[in-house]
Each structure stands twice: as structure tokens, then as C-alpha cells.
Design a protein around this ligand. Structure first.
Ligand code: DQA
Length: 139
């Protein structure tokens, strides 16, 4: 079983986003931290980031159902029915992560169309959320 950590649009720009919302850790540093945790816990992990809806869908479509997904769809969470459908087809464990607490931000962020097809959602716990999601997958 492998965990695929998928990040959507603008998550590659983490270090340039509002630090009050996203903290100061950049994408590469975040990947390193998750990878270290996975190595320490004997978890096979890979990472995929894309700013393009279709590329994320293509990636999800290729995953075997005995793998697991930790996905931060970025803004796609709020409106991409196509990513939602791709996630619905994938039968492995799926956890949606948001670095920020989307429930205390703008109204449009309080709804996720992708969350409904995931096992659960972690929002507002910073990049620790990805590791908590991995912990859940292993449990
Ligand atoms: C985000 C929240 C989304 O609303 C936003 O569009 C992002 C990041 C988060 O991790 O908090 O790009 O998914």
C-alpha cells in the first residue's frame, strides 16, 4: 500500500501565500517533512502537485484501489465536480486536507464538493494535517 499525497493549484506557492493563513513552510519543505515522517514509520509515499484539473484527474485514475490518497485539492475542492468524480471512482482510502481552516474564511471556501466522496476531512491544522491523515490511513 502506498500513500499518494496530491496537492492542487497554488500549493506549490505555499511560501509566497499569506503566512497568517498558510504559515511559512514552503512546498518543498512540507514534502520533506511528510516524507521524513513516512520514512520513520515505514510508509511508502509519493507526491504529486499540479495546477491543472485534468492532470490531477489523470493521476487519480491511474491509482490502484489498494493504495490511499491524501489530497489537498486547493480551490478545486470548492467547485471541481470532475475531481470529485475521479475520487469517487477510486476505491482506496481518501482523506481531504486543508492547511487553513476553510470554515472560518470566505463563504465560498466553507463548502467542499470533493469532501463528500472522501473518508474524512482535516482542515485548519496546518501541514500537520497531512501527517494526521497518513496516521489515520495506517490505523
Ligand atoms: C486550501 C484552502 C482552499 O480554499 C484554497 O483555495 C487553497 C488552499 C488549504 O489548504 O487551506 O488553495 O486548500
Amino acid at each position: 500500500m502506498k500513500i499518494h499525497v496530491i496537492n492542487g493549484p497554488n500549493l506549490n506557492m505555499l511560501s509566497k501565500r499569506d503566512p497568517n493563513i498558510y504559515g511559512t513552510t514552503g512546498y518543498e519543505e512540507m514534502v520533506k517533512r511528510i516524507k521524513n515522517w513516512c520514512d520513520e514509520n515505514g510508509v511508502d509515499v509519493d507526491f504529486f502537485q499540479s495546477n491543472h484539473e485534468g492532470d490531477i484527474i489523470d493521476y487519480i485514475q491511474k491509482l490502484p484501489n489498494d493504495d490511499a490518497v491524501v489530497i489537498n485539492p486547493g480551490a478545486f475542492a470548492h467547485y471541481s465536480y470532475a475531481i470529485r468524480d475521479a475520487l469517487e471512482i477510486f476505491k482506496g482510502i481518501k482523506v481531504e486536507v486543508h492547511i487553513s481552516n476553510v470554515f472560518k474564511r470566505e463563504e465560498f471556501r466553507t463548502h467542499s464538493v470533493t469532501a463528500a466522496v472522501c473518508n474524512g476531512v482535516i482542515s485548519g491544522l496546518g501541514i500537520e494535517g497531512y501527517i494526521l491523515a497518513a496516521q489515520f490511513i495506517l490505523s
